[in-house]
Design a protein around this ligand. Sequence first.
Ligand SMILES: NC(=O)C1=CN([C@@H]2O[C@H](COP(=O)(O)OP(=O)(O)OC[C@H]3O[C@@H](n4cnc5c(N)ncnc54)[C@H](OP(=O)(O)O)[C@@H]3O)[C@@H](O)[C@H]2O)C=CC1
Ligand SMILES: Nc1nc(=O)c2c([nH]1)NC[C@@H]1CN(c3ccc(C(=O)N[C@@H](CCC(=O)O)C(=O)O)cc3)C=[N+]21
Ligand SMILES: [Mg+2]
Length: 291
Amino acid sequence: MTIIDGKAFALKLREKIAGAVRDIKSSCNIQPALAVVLVGEDPASQVYVRNKGIATEKAGMRSIEHKLAADASEDDVVSLVKKLNADEEVDGILVQLPLPDHISSERVINEIHPDKDVDGLTEANAGRLILGKTGLVPCTPQGSVMLAKSVRDNLSGLNAVVVGRSILVGKPLAMLLLAENCTVTMAHSRTKNLDEVCREADILCAAVGRPRMVEGRWVKEGATVIDVGINRIEEDGKTRLIGDVDFDSAKERAGAITPVPGGVGPMTIACLLRNTVIAAARRRGLGAVEV
Ligand SMILES: NC(=O)C1=CN([C@@H]2O[C@H](COP(=O)(O)OP(=O)(O)OC[C@H]3O[C@@H](n4cnc5c(N)ncnc54)[C@H](OP(=O)(O)O)[C@@H]3O)[C@@H](O)[C@H]2O)C=CC1
Ligand SMILES: Nc1nc(=O)c2c([nH]1)NC[C@@H]1CN(c3ccc(C(=O)N[C@@H](CCC(=O)O)C(=O)O)cc3)C=[N+]21
Ligand SMILES: [Mg+2]
């Protein structure tokens, strides 16, 4: 059984990205920049935004943080996005989700220029993903597939089950696995006999938001288990981060499994940096970057 080291994989990817950034800087004197928009003071979101900022700068890119108060209006956020769209120096725009309830994330996200949409969440990029055209691919699904491919050299023909169908994770992940020629099942809260469905999976991905929901008994012997879940729970008087998969029982049957923390999470940030350098190169007409 292999525990897939997402943290190490992400660090290697980030080194490659830093190399691509250095090349762009030395050949064109351009420093790619990522703008992150945070509305409100959700502590978990603040941590993510800070970590993204640090990783962006470590990769040699410029990090621009815009923090708006929790009572900022939808129009305030939209105006900021429009300003960032028009800013020649900004290559990537990420609006941290969830937004406060009085703001429509759908409207805000769709204001982002598709060529700067490093989260891959606009209608344009979602459409490109479905049509198999070049675009920007959502980070967590991209990182999840990289980790699956790190332990299986060919996903073609394998049964993949994705539990969860969100726009941010489940749906795009299913599309990417389909593009790898997996036979994909999308499971969700109305799926019947979820345990049986999961037991058919050679590649089992959990993106649900329910701590330890996927039990070891649901895992086919030898399956690759990708745990996307990030759940903060109180246990034995401590705050812990755990996945949607019951790691201890699942690892007894899995051929390979991602841990939480140290699995998909670090890949999300690495893929965000990857998308930013790709977006910078495309928008500024610098030719393809190999990362
Ligand atoms: N590692 C990372 O970088 C990231 C991790 N995450 C984590 O991934 C998880 C999922 O996030 P996200 O997709 O945004 O979550 P959402 O809440 O948007 O979606 C959850 C999905 O799970 C399904 N679901 C809920 N309950 C069940 C159930 N009992 N059985 C089967 N399916 C169920 C829902 O089904 P239905 O559609 O029918 O309601 C829905 O499609 C969370 O833990 C989140 O924190 C998210 C983003 C990045
Ligand atoms: N527009 C938008 N895009 C996102 O991609 C997005 C978002 N909003 N909102 C919140 C979720 C969540 N998310 C994570 C990113 C990194 C880790 C991560 O690095 N996790 C580390 C641990 C971090 C810790 O210790 O807290 C790990 O799993 O090892 C986790 C979760 C991105 N999200
Ligand atoms: Mg909202």
